[in-house]
Design a protein around this ligand. Structure first.
Ligand SMILES: C[S@@+](CC[C@H](N)C(=O)[O-])C[C@H]1O[C@@H](n2cnc3c(N)ncnc32)[C@H](O)[C@@H]1O
Length: 256
């Protein structure tokens, strides 16, 4: 069981400055093992304290909050080899296809397994495919670390048919997704959804134009999810000046 430690920022009034300032910025640590003492700039934390939850003290008497990591704490620390799909886009995929505990999903390229893992948290079964063994190895390690049991990862190109039938959702994150339309067509049940995720709009357009020529699919929409983080500190309230806005274009289509 991993733990999260948080040292909260403290305010102090400085007379010569005539104002209250933050002397310690909020700082958190993620510990994937708790069998040995852990050293921080605030002092050492004994192995016995690391087993607790609530408020603990370091060897220098500083207070920290400690709690068991949740799935998302562990997920945010998975190994990344190829670029992963961010949470904002995964949220859209899940909500717009309505997948759940009875759904079977085919997806690929597996990459680091980020999307596959999130889908497996919700769905009955995820079949994931990639052509690069080093990516599969990283994804398998991530799947194991997170204790996910319902993902099968195979080394195979999604430009060739896969053996899964009657899938509820087929997700591509591939260099040429239009070459995988036939694979999705064979695997999806009527009414099943296709998601194609592409970093560039030309890939998205070529995918949509290909699917438009296939009578067995209905293009529903192509979207870009914009997440705009804000900085809020007292009355300093404004969009964060450094934020990565673009991740990818998501095309949603339906097998009819
Ligand atoms: C950007 S990564 C996918 C990241 C993944 N969606 C995630 O969230 O971790 C793209 C992956 O597609 C794989 N790939 C490329 N061509 C492929 C093909 N024909 N069939 C299956 N996977 C392929 C690459 O090896 C790479 O791992």
């Amino acid at each position: 069981m991993a733990k999260v430690l948080v040292r909260k920022g403290k305010k102090q009034y400085f007379e010569d400055l005539d104002r209250e300032i933050t002397v310690i910025k909020e700082k958190s640590f993620y510990l994937d093992q708790t069998s040995k003492p852990f050293s921080t700039q605030y002092g050492e934390i004994s192995a016995a304290s690391l087993k607790k939850t609530g408020t603990i003290k370091t060897s220098r008497g500083k207070e920290l909050r400690i709690f068991d990591s949740s799935f998302i704490d562990d997920y945010m620390r998975i190994k990344r080899l190829p670029q992963i799909i961010p949470l904002k886009d995964i949220g859209f995929i899940i909500a717009s296809t309505g997948i759940g505990g009875d759904s079977v999903v085919v997806e690929g390229g597996t990459g680091s397994g980020a999307l596959a893992i999130m889908l497996a948290r919700l769905c009955k079964k995820v079949y994931s495919f990639d052509v690069e063994q080093k990516h599969i190895d990283v994804a398998l390690e991530n799947v194991k670390t997170l204790g996910i049991k319902n993902i099968t990862i195979k080394k195979q190109s999604l430009y060739d048919p896969v053996r899964v039938k009657n899938a509820d959702l087929f997700c591509f994150d591939l260099p040429s997704p239009w070459d995988a339309i036939g694979t999705a067509e064979n695997s999806l049940k009527p009414g099943g959804f296709v998601i194609s995720y592409s970093p560039t709009i030309m890939q998205a357009a070529d995918f949509v134009n290909s699917i438009a020529n296939n009578d067995n699919f209905l293009h529903i929409k192509t979207v870009e999810m914009i997440e705009r983080p804000w900085e809020i500190e007292k009355r300093k309230v404004r969009p964060r000046s450094k934020a990565s806005i673009h991740s990818g274009f998501i095309t949603l289509a339906r097998r009819i």
